[in-house]
Design a binder for this molecule. Structure first.
Ligand code: PEP
Ligand code: MN
Length: 442
């Protein structure tokens, strides 16, 4: 089938040996973990859990280092606590990390210093430096090792008490300029801290569940030759409905727990959908403003013919001005098809703007506006929002404007470090969690 965003490697002769090496390396994640996540996503689809997914737009190999990983885990943990407090539901955490190295591009080339060169397609294919723009097969192998090293560190930190809720967390709310807002956020944090202290005091944590949390990994499944090399026919875990059927095995993508199809590669008659329909993993589908109602249902029928609940997360990303007209009809179309999905809002990708000087940014107010509209529209249609999908980093970047720090367009140059889309910084991301929690708690 035709493959969108297809890659031409240089020299192509190195590709077979890179793929052969990848196909021998051990799985990064296991069927047991993948199946556990799918079961949790079923809870989210049925309204009994909420999905928080976030991380970089383009993860770089150089982010595979302790402090950026720590900052991201800490942020996702804090956001999840705020959401649990607000919604009274368990929160499923998925990082856009440990493999989010491939980027789809609108244009295969760009002009840099007056010269037309191939676009940066993510560290898994080429380098950001203009001299490294030719896709190199060795980078596929490097992507594997950086994913494995990142996840190894995440697992190590989580099992060593990094997310131990017995330890007080530092919430750092000093930046919030608006006093009313600051005291509102402080109240939430105090309420969370009080609850945790109470649980500790009464010894409520007999299950040991406060010692650690689950954090799953995800990325866009864009480079099919990479994904295919890490897709293995493996034994289903005990309790899986397929465990008793035939040889008891299924095709698992072992590069990440969760993979999604991007808005540029979701064509029904192309290679990405064909690949995705064959794997056991829970998957996401980006749903942008060009998606037709019938097409959406057809796509669900292809990737999930058995209508398994928890299998598909629809990641809607229309933009604040289009969500009102698009989301309702999509909800109704899916409802009448009999599919039950996790409805996740990505309020980032439909709201990218350029400043007059040509810097790509997003306004915090537009991001929150799309998210609020999604919450409201789901309610109006007897549906509910099952999750959020965010581009964020634990570092103090200045890439999106607005939020309680009051970042302005002229502040963007202070610490603008993304290699692709603008991300929420730690404070903006946490604030979004407070606002969502506030929506539920009033
Ligand atoms: C992304 O998530 O970084 C992305 C490219 O999104 P979309 O496919 O929705 O444009
Ligand atoms: Mn992006």
């Amino acid at each position: 089938m035709p493959i969108k965003q297809v890659v031409t490697y240089e020299p192509p002769t190195n590709l077979p040996s890179a793929l052969a090496q990848l196909s021998k390396l051990p799985p990064i994640v296991t069927p047991t973990e993948i199946t556990k996540l799918k079961a949790s996503l079923k809870d989210a689809a049925l309204g009994n859990a909420f999905l928080l997914q976030g991380g970089d737009c383009a993860e770089l190999f150089s982010y595979c280092s302790d402090s950026p990983i720590d900052a991201k885990i800490k942020l996702l943990l804090q956001m999840s606590l705020v959401l649990i407090w607000g919604m009274n539901k368990p929160v499923i955490r998925i990082g856009r990390m440990a493999g989010q190295f491939a980027k789809p591009r609108s244009s295969p080339t760009e002009i840099v210093d007056g010269k037309e060169i191939p676009s940066f397609r993510g560290d898994i294919l080429n380098g950001f430096d203009p001299s490294e723009r030719t896709p190199d097969p060795n980078r596929l192998v490097s992507a594997y090792f950086h994913s494995a090293a990142t996840l190894n560190y995440v697992r190590g930190q989580l099992s060593s008490g990094f997310a131990d809720l017995h330890n007080p967390l530092d919430w750092e709310l000093g930046h919030v300029k608006d006093q009313v807002l600051q005291s509102k956020y402080e109240k939430i944090v105090n309420s969370i801290s009080d609850s945790l202290r109470f649980m500790r005091t009464v010894g409520a944590d007999t299950s040991g569940k406060l010692n650690s949390v689950d954090l799953y990994t995800s990325h866009e499944g864009l480079v099919l030759e990479y994904e295919q090399s890490l897709t293995r026919k493996l034994k289903h875990p005990v309790g899986h409905p397929g465990a008793q059927v035939g040889d008891g095995r299924g095709w698992y993508n072992t590069s990440a727990h969760f993979l999604w199809i991007g808005d540029r590669t979701r064509q029904i008659d192309c290679g990405h959908v064909e690949y995705f329909r064959g794997i056991e993993n829970p998957i996401g589908i980006k749903v942008g403003p060009s998606m037709k109602n019938d097409e959406l249902v057809e796509l669900l029928d292809i990737v999930n013919p058995k209508k398994e609940i928890g299998k598909v997360t629809l990641i809607t990303r229309y933009g604040e001005d289009k969500v009102e007209s698009m989301l309702g009809p999509h909800i109704e179309a899916v409802k009448s098809s009999g599919h039950v999905v996790v409805w996740q809002c990505d309020p980032m990708h439909g709201n990218t703007r350029s400043t007059p000087t040509g810097i790509k940014t997003r306004h915090f107010s537009s991001i929150f506006s799309e998210l609020s509209s999604a919450l409201k529209i789901h309610k109006q249609h007897g549906s509910f929002l099952g999750g959020v999908h965010l581009e964020l980093t634990g570092d103090a970047v200045t890439e999106c404007v607005g939020g309680s720090e009051g970042l302005m367009e002229e502040d963007l140059s202070l610490n603008y470090t993304t290699y692709c889309d603008p991300r929420l910084n730690e404070k903006q991301a946490l604030e979004l969690a407070f606002l969502v929690a506030g929506h539920y708690r009033g």
